[in-house]
Design a protein around this ligand. Structure first.
Ligand SMILES: NC(=O)C1=CN([C@@H]2O[C@H](COP(=O)(O)OP(=O)(O)OC[C@H]3O[C@@H](n4cnc5c(N)ncnc54)[C@H](OP(=O)(O)O)[C@@H]3O)[C@@H](O)[C@H]2O)C=CC1
Ligand SMILES: Nc1c(N[C@@H]2O[C@H](COP(=O)(O)O)[C@@H](O)[C@H]2O)[nH]c(=O)[nH]c1=O
Length: 370
């Protein structure tokens, strides 16, 4: 029996974690009938080759023929001409005899087409092994394709008693260097980092990826209803796109921000009561239209509260420092609840010690079942 190379294909897909955005993270292994690996690949940066093409090139570079080979791919090979040519045509042309895909492409416009084209060309096709792991690795891509909105992960750094800043706004630093470095790794995998004007005015943060290596910087998204962003803010940078969402009609300020390289999008709420604030649900839909898969929120208590109250957060990434601050800002302004039964229920994910601090993942139940 041929060995199962899907675990290795999934490990390759993980190597595309911070590279392939907004394309899905995909890995591919080509094996022969004796169970030898002929080639390996994973998706490169957008516009670059997909995993299958990388694996075919790897096999060719090693002088291996792939006629009669099996391709283990963590997502259905594409049949469409996107930024690159169709991968299933490349596999067919190379003489691959069998394709094992972990799951179908979730893009409703193309789902199933790659597998159908392979089968029509006489390639044996299987779909399913490793599907759950592939979907988990690409949760943002699946969310964008199936819900029309990104996967929203809210990062919070807090003391054990849930404080995120002193009453006067000072918050640097609550968690230690290893936890902050880990936070940069989570920024790196996201397509966009989202923050609020309150945090920018208080911290003048950079919100980039600089404590871990990365090949690209996520976009930076600012919620700034009244266009208060100072033109001197450290958020402006040559290497990344800055998107400012506002409810303001101040054209002169918007032009000044555009002259500094920002994209300014006016998205006020649609009722008289909400017109002065950015419509956060519309903002997320707009980010999905801009091919944002995963959003990493790093905001203060007000914007965190609004996003949670509106049901727009899928996952929390909380770093807890072993200290007590007592008086100070909380994680999210939510209350007051009329009843405990109204509390936002969560499901625990992984808990890990990062240096002196704890990292806790928690999800809103049902959100990952698209
Ligand atoms: N420990 C941690 O993990 C973190 C701590 N912080 C700390 O948090 C503090 C800042 O908190 P905060 O002032 O709450 O800042 P936020 O980052 O939450 O920004 C709040 C501002 O966002 C704007 N906003 C626009 N639209 C909306 C909307 N629909 N809902 C809610 N807000 C909206 C509001 O201003 P407007 O309407 O005028 O545009 C509001 O004042 C700082 O002290 C900072 O250090 C910040 C990030 C992480
Ligand atoms: N205070 C606090 C955090 N705060 C977050 O980090 C932002 C600063 O990011 P940067 O300018 O890129 O270094 C700050 O504005 C806030 O969003 N993060 C943490 O991991 N631990 C902490 O204790």
């Amino acid at each position: 029996m041929t060995p199962d190379f899907m675990p290795e294909a999934l490990a390759l897909a993980e190597q595309a974690l911070t590279l392939s955005n907004p394309n899905p993270r995909v890995g591919c292994v080509l094996s022969d009938a004796q169970g030898r690996v002929l080639g390996r690949g994973f998706t490169q940066q957008a516009g670059g080759p997909h995993a299958e093409v990388m694996a075919l090139r790897d096999a060719q570079a090693q002088g291996h023929s792939v006629v009669g080979a099996t391709a283990w791919v963590t997502l259905e090979p594409c049949a469409h001409q996107g930024r690159t040519g169709p991968c299933c045509d490349a596999l067919i042309a190379a003489g691959v005899a069998r394709v094992v895909a972990a799951c179908e492409d979730p893009n409703p416009k193309v789902a199933g087409q790659g597998l159908a084209r392979l089968a029509a060309a006489g390639v044996a096709v299987e779909c399913g092994p490793g599907g759950a792991a592939s979907r988990a690795l690409n949760i943002g891509f699946f969310s964008r394709m199936l819900r029309g909105q990104p996967w929203v992960r809210m990062k919070i750094a807090a003391s054990l008693d849930g404080r995120t800043a002193l009453d006067d706004g000072r918050s640097q630093w609550i968690t230690d260097t290893p936890a902050r470095t880990d936070g940069h790794a989570w920024r790196a995998r996201a397509c966009a980092v989202l923050t609020g004007i309150g945090t920018v005015l208080q911290d003048d943060p950079q919100l980039d990826v600089r404590l871990v290596p990365t090949t690209r910087q996520p976009h930076l998204v600012l919620v700034d209803s009244r266009l208060q962003l100072p033109l001197t803010a450290r958020l402006f940078g040559p290497e990344r796109q800055l998107l400012v969402y506002t409810a303001s009609e101040d054209a002169a300020k918007a032009d000044a921000l555009r002259a500094r390289g920002a994209t300014v999008v006016r998205l006020p709420g649609s009722t008289a009561q909400t017109a002065a604030k950015v419509d956060l649900a519309a903002l997320l839909r707009d980010l999905a239209a801009r091919e944002v898969n995963e959003v990493h929120v790093e905001a203060g208590t007000q914007l965190n509260g609004s996003l949670l109250r509106e049901g727009l957060v899928d996952e929390l990434l909380v770093y807890l420092a072993p200290k007590l601050i007592g008086q100070g800002m909380g994680m999210a302004r939510l209350g007051p609840l009329g009843d405990l039964a109204q509390a936002q229920a969560l499901e625990w994910g992984a808990v890990e010690r990062i240096g002196k601090d704890l990292r806790i993942l928690a999800r809103v139940p049902g959100r990952d079942r698209f």
